[in-house]
Design a protein around this ligand. Structure first.
Ligand code: CMP
Length: 146
């Protein structure tokens, strides 16, 4: 069955690589069912990454995520959560270069913080983050399409 996930092209990549990344997303067989460019406020970035609140890099992460516009996407595909995570590659681009050289982070990320893209880590997070970013939009219409 089709599934959806939230993908974010972070400020570093929105500035420099957005066209290339959008092309890859389409080539990878994802349907982009929602798309918007938006700059997160500090409060939104803190809420978005609340699971990381206790991490030593939380302050830097929030700072980075609201430094400029992000592209927010809802991607629909079979097994979308896992497929998008595979396309991104590991969090750390050095690891990505070693293990998945074709991944987006291997190719576009500059370091573990400025790592170009984000993806929800599981289906529940995906639904929660989609609601947070897009509100209550067409909950499941695109999932029921052939
Ligand atoms: P993301 O997949 O969006 O999830 C949390 C983000 O925190 C991650 O990508 C990176 O941008 C950042 N991050 C994760 N680990 C570290 C780290 N060790 N140092 C700095 N930033 C990190």
């Amino acid at each position: 069955p089709k599934q959806r996930t939230l993908a974010v092209i972070k400020p570093d990549a929105t500035e420099e690589h957005r066209e290339k990344i959008l092309e890859e997303i389409h080539a990878g067989g994802f349907s982009v069912t929602q798309l918007k460019e938006t700059a997160l406020s500090r409060e939104m970035a803190e809420e978005f990454y609340k699971e990381h609140r206790e991490k030593p890099f939380f302050g830097q992460l929030v700072e980075f995520m609201c430094r400029g516009p992000c592209m927010m996407l809802v991607l629909t595909k079979e097994n979308a959560v896992e497929e998008w995570r595979a396309m991104m590659g590991p969090t750390d681009p050095d690891q990505a270069k070693a293990t998945s050289p074709m991944s987006l982070r291997a190719r576009f990320a500059s370091d573990i913080l400025h790592n170009s893209v984000h993806g929800a880590s599981n289906e529940q997070h995906a639904e929660e983050k989609i609601r947070f970013i897009f509100g209550e939009i067409c909950p499941d219409a695109e999932l029921n399409r052939d």
